[in-house]
Design a protein around this ligand. Structure first.
Ligand code: CA
Length: 450
């Protein structure tokens, strides 16, 4: 599978040429333990409230990947928040990897797959447009809610300690990339699924530091376990990953963390809840019931007093199946970056409901636009699509359903955004993204393909 990322053309094929073969290859790319398991739990302490509309169905099957982004889905299930709003038979289903999640949403729950769940961006757009599906089948989806911000970072192999690879890559660090290139062994950087968050974060970080990710670095799609193994043996230089991996990399002595995504773009959009349009259109009340359950879970997750219990639930055998202690520190915003740098700041850790910029949960259309524009920047999407993005977003992003659910839940008006745009976004290198003028953003970037 690692060969998929070996060249730009192959990378492009990995995105667009999703033939049966590449689909199988992607499926084999286990970013996570290969076992699929699911959990249906009876609500512990909540019962359906009488004075609310009855959902059309009580069942829904939502996929997740065992990383902290999935917490709102798992907590809504475990703490009975889905059941509280009448969704008593929700199944939260572990996906072997992102490719498997995509294949399962294509077949839907009726075919033994899923109705929706957790996604990196812009996967719901790519699936809707048939750009990453087998035979380019279009499965229209809706983006419904943002699951989290932060909780991701860039891990570097231990052999590169002390070379100035941090959020900003200082003098010696730049020489490292050039030296490896001239030695014929380019710096190798990996992620577990192409053309989405992880790849976009590592590309942004490199390019902002003056390193062209397409010419100075070898970018690869590699299963997480293999990435760690390769980092141990010294054949992998970096990978883009989510908690709890950064913590494990440092604690296991495999490497260190160059940067957290929170340092690249404070309060950035991370992963999303998206579902099949046909499911949502047929079950609008059930959709809002799911949203209310997840919103309540997000609020629960952001109460620092709940984080120890959250670590206990997420680490469980039926969910992440990891030692509880590897989750506790990252969930408290404590990161030993492994090179002497320590971050101890809750606002830099994963957040689910609110951050310093306002709502985390609300799916800003301006953020969907950034992910699509970033794909144009790197040639993952053609530049000709730039003019169509706002129309696509208007079809796929259902922030209106989020607002309705929030109002029904009794979220104070001050916590419900009044604009679909969060406005101008600022990155660590001083670059700004104005959603009103994406071309200006593309023009301002020194390193890009478009
Ligand atoms: Ca992520």
């Amino acid at each position: 599978m690692s060969s998929l990322g070996r060249s730009t053309r192959r990378h492009f094929l990995a995105i667009f040429g999703a033939t049966a073969t590449s689909s199988i290859l992607l499926k084999a790319c286990a970013g996570n333990p290969p076992t699929e398991s699911s959990a249906v739990n009876a609500p512990a302490d909540t019962t359906p409230t009488a004075d609310q509309p009855k959902p059309e169905v009580t069942k829904a099957k939502l996929g997740y990947i065992p990383i902290v982004e999935a917490a709102p889905l798992i907590i809504a299930q475990e703490k009975g928040f889905f059941a509280k709003y009448g969704m008593t038979e929700v199944e939260v289903s572990k996906q072997a990897n992102w490719g498997a999640a995509r294949d399962n949403v294509v077949i839907g729950s009726q075919g033994g797959g899923i109705d929706g769940g957790q996604w990196q961006m812009p996967m719901p757009y790519m699936i809707s447009e048939g750009k990453i599906t087998t035979n380019n089948q279009k499965i229209p989806m809706y983006v419904l809610l943002q699951l989290n911000t932060h909780g991701n970072g860039i891990a570097i192999a231990g052999k590169h300690k002390g070379k100035g690879l941090s959020t900003k890559i200082e003098g010696g660090g730049k020489a490292l990339f050039a030296g490896l290139k001239s030695a014929g062994t380019k710096f190798k950087a990996a992620y577990t699924f192409p053309g989405a968050n992880q790849e976009l974060w590592i590309r942004y970080w490199l390019a902002a530091n003056g390193i062209n990710p397409d010419t100075e670095v070898e970018l690869l799609t590699v299963p997480a376990a293999q990435t760690v193994a390769n980092m141990k043996t010294g054949t992998m230089d970096a990978f883009s990953t989510g908690d709890p991996w950064p913590y494990r990399i440092v604690k296991d002595g495999i490497g260190f963390m160059a940067t957290l995504t929170a340092e690249i773009w404070k309060d950035h959009p991370e992963e999303y809840l998206a579902m099949r349009q046909d499911w949502v259109d047929a079950h609008p009340i059930a959709t809002k019931a799911l949203l209310k359950g997840i919103m309540e879970a997000q609020q629960w997750c952001d109460d620092p007093a709940n984080r120890p219990e959250m670590a206990k639930i997420l680490s469980g055998k039926n969910y992440f199946n990891v030692p509880e202690n590897i989750l506790i520190e990252p969930l408290q915003g404590k990161y030993d970056m492994g090179e002497g740098r320590v971050i101890d700041d809750k606002s830099m850790g994963v957040l689910y409901w609110k951050d310093a910029s306002g709502s985390v949960s609300y799916p800003y259309r301006s953020h969907d636009l950034w992910f699509l524009v970033e794909c144009v920047r790197w040639g993952i999407l053609p530049k000709s699509e730039l003019a169509n993005f706002n129309a696509q977003i208007a079809k796929i992003n259902r922030e209106d359903l989020w607002k309705q659910a929030a109002q029904e839940l009794g979220v104070p008006a001050s916590d419900i955004p009044t604009s679909t745009s969060r406005g101008i976004e600022k990155f660590f290198d001083g670059v700004e993204f104005d959603p009103e003028n994406p071309q200006k953003y593309l023009d301002s970037l020194q390193i890009k393909k478009a």
